[in-house]
Design a binder for this molecule. Sequence first.
Ligand code: ADP
Length: 546
Amino acid sequence: MRALMQDKPLLISSLIDFAAQYHSDSEIVSRTVEGPIHRYTYVEAQARSKRLANALQRLGVELGDRVATLAWNGYRHLEIYYGVSGMGAVLHTINPRLFPDQIAYIANHAEDKYIFTDLTFVPLLEKVAPSLTTVKGYVIMTDEAHMHETTLPNALCYETLLAAESDDYDWPQFDEMTASSLCYTSGTTGNPKGVLYAHRSTVLHSFAVCMQDVLGLSSRDTVLPVVPMFHANAWGLAYAAPMCGAKLVMPGAAMDGESIYQLVDEEKVTMSAGVPTVWLMLLAHMQEHGKKLPHMDRTVIGGSAAPQSMIETFERDYDVTVIHAWGMTEMSPLGTTGVMKSKFAELPFDEQLEYKVKQGRVVYGVELKIIDDDGNDLPHDGVAFGHLMVRGPWITNGYFKGEGGEVLDADGWFDTGDVATLDGEGYMQITDRSKDVIKSGGEWISSIDLENLAVGHPDVAEAAVIGIAHPKWDERPLLVIVRNPGSDVTKDAILQYMEGKIAKWWMPDDVTFVDEIPHTATGKIQKISLREQFAGYKLPTADAAE
Ligand code: ADP
C-alpha cells in the first residue's frame, strides 16, 4: 500500500529559504580576502544566491552543468553553494591546495563550465587555465575596486555580475536525487575521484548534523567551520547551519591561531570544527597569550585522529567538550561522532577519555560493520579489528563517470579503506588505514595508536609511523618524529616514554628525527611519500634477525 504523504523533494534551496524566513536576523560573519570583516544575514544571503542563479542562467548555465569554486570559507562562497545547486546545476568545490596539474585534471574531468575564484587563487588559475578545455569563463569573487589585471580569459567580476541581476527568482523544483555538488577525494593513490552528492543526501545529512547526539547544531549556536568548504562541504555545516538558523562565522584565508582566536572571541563562537593541525595552532596561541574560551561549548575534531593530549587540553584547561568525529568525502562526510552517552558522561574524566579518543559512535542513517580479509563479519566487541564497511543514504554508490569501477559489494557495502574496531554501544575506533597498517609476523600493528602515543610526549610536535621491511617479521614499525622547536629529545627518551603504554611487540624498532613530515592537500600525513623517503631503511633489529 502506498502511503498518503506528500512527496515533496528534499532540495538544498529549501535550506536557505527557511533560514531567510525564520532566522532573518541570524548573521553570517566572514573574514574577507580583501581584509575587513563582512557581516550580513540569511535574508541577504538568500537574495544574493537568487541574483547569482539569475546571473548563471544568463551565462547559459543549465541543469546539471558543473560550476566550480576555488575559494575559502566566506559569504560569497556560501551564496555560490546555494545559487548553483539551487538552480539545479552542480557545485564543484576544488581544493586549491592540490597541485596545478591535479586541478587541471579534475576541472577537465568534471567538465566545469565556469570557475569562481577568490582573489588568492587567481595566479594559480592563470597557470592552469591554458590546460582547461571546457571552461567558458572565470568569475573573480570580489568587487570592481579590487579587480586587477588578469590573463584569465573571460574574467568577470562577481559583484558586477550580481549587481546586474534581480533577486526575483523562484527556485526550480526537481527530483531530489538530482546531483547537487561534486567533490574530488585527494586521491593518495591514482587520480582524484569525484563524489557526486544529491540534494536528498545533503538534506538528510544536514538533519543528522543537527541531531543532539551528532553535532547538535541549533539556532542557539554560533558555528565556526574552520574545515574548508572545499573539503566535504565543510563537513556539512554550510547546509546544516541554515537548516537550524545557526549564526555562521567564516574564517576566510586566515587559519593561524591568532586570527581564529580573534573570531572565536569577538563573535562568541559556541561550536567550531576542524582538523587537529588547526587546533594545534589555536592552542599554541592561547597558551602563549594566556587566553581562554569563555563562550565555546564544543569543538569538533576530525579528518585525522584527535590526539588524546589535545582532547585533554580542550576539556581540562578550556572547559570545551571535544566531539571526535570520523567520516570521509564519500560519506558526505559524517559517519560517527563522539557525543557521550549519559552513562559514560558520569564516569571519572580519565575513564571517559577511553571513549573520547575513539572516533565516536555511529550516527543514525549510517550502517557500519567490520570484516576480515575473507569478507567474514567480525564481532562488535571493541577488540577485533577489520576492514570498516559502510552503507546508507548519504554514502556514495560509485565515483563520477565510473572511475574506480564498482565500489560496492554485492550487499551494497562500501569499503572505507579504514581498519577499525566496533563495540556494542556503536563506538568505533580507527586503528589504521588498510594501506598503512603494519603487518608484523601475521599480526597487525596500528600506526595511528603509536602516533597518538608519541605525540603525547611534550617534546614531540608531530609523529608518523610506517612499516619497514624486516627479515624475520615482514614489517616492523619505524617512528618518524618532528621535535618541538628547541628540543633535542632522544630516541631512548621517546621509547622510554612509550614503554608500558602499549604491547611490547608494538614498540617501534627505531625512532628517527626529521624537520618536516609531508602532508596531503587535506592535511593528512602522506605515508606514501614517507615510505618512499625511507625505502631501503635498515632497522637496527634487522641484523640480529638475519
Ligand atoms: P581525503 O580527501 O584526504 O581522503 P577524507 O576526508 O575523505 O579526505 O578522508 C577520509 C579519511 O580520513 C578516513 O577514511 C580516515 O582514514 C581519515 N579520518 C577521518 N576522520 C578521522 C578521525 N577522526 N580519526 C582518524 N582518521 C580519520
